[in-house]
Design a binder for this molecule. Structure first.
Ligand SMILES: [Zn+2]
Length: 170
């Protein structure tokens, strides 16, 4: 069975897709719209890829599962609706028994997808296990630099949320 690659705009604008000889690309309507709004030079470069690109909508239960996972990782405040739908699409494909890889350059997307057990690829190569994390207490706002998920806040005992420590995010 050919692999399915669920891709975001960042992945499509990288050269990564051109290196994938086999497999099917799948993405959401929002991502396709984002590409259509780019200058035509970008689209021309992507023509071959767009030819192999399926536009799909994730089912509601997968969207809910992606939202739950994002809450668990602490990425929920960072992820856009487009991001959540992309993760949900990968989740639904896997539920269908597809061999699936989510391809994104967004660290929060990659983090939440991995939390759900979805295989991921980061074309930019920035997503590594040694990226910096920060844990934030949702109750009292205490922050600590910690690499483990599921820590309790040392101030008030509330389970802390973990997120990628990175400046300049959207
Ligand atoms: Zn606290």
């Amino acid at each position: 069975m050919p692999r399915t690659y669920v891709v975001d705009a960042g992945a499509l604008f990288s050269t990564w897709t051109k290196r994938v000889g086999e497999g099917v690309f799948s993405t959401t309507t929002d991502v396709v719209d984002e590409i259509r709004n780019r200058p035509s030079k970008f689209r021309a470069d992507l023509l071959e890829v767009l030819d192999r690109l399926r536009e799909e909508a994730p089912p509601t239960d997968s969207i809910n599962a992606a939202r739950r996972a994002a809450t668990e990782t602490g990425d929920d405040s960072i992820l856009s609706e487009t991001d959540i739908e992309l993760i949900a699409l990968a989740h639904s494909k896997r539920q269908d028994g597809s061999s699936i890889v989510l391809v994104s350059t967004d660290l929060a997307v990659l983090n939440t997808a991995r939390h759900m057990g979805i295989e991921t690829v980061d074309p930019s190569g920035k997503f590594k296990d040694d990226i910096k994390w920060v844990s934030i207490c949702p109750a009292c706002g205490h922050r600590s630099v910690a690499s483990k998920a599921g820590l309790e806040c040392p101030v008030c005992g509330t389970p802390m949320r973990r997120r990628v420590f990175k400046k300049g995010r959207k």
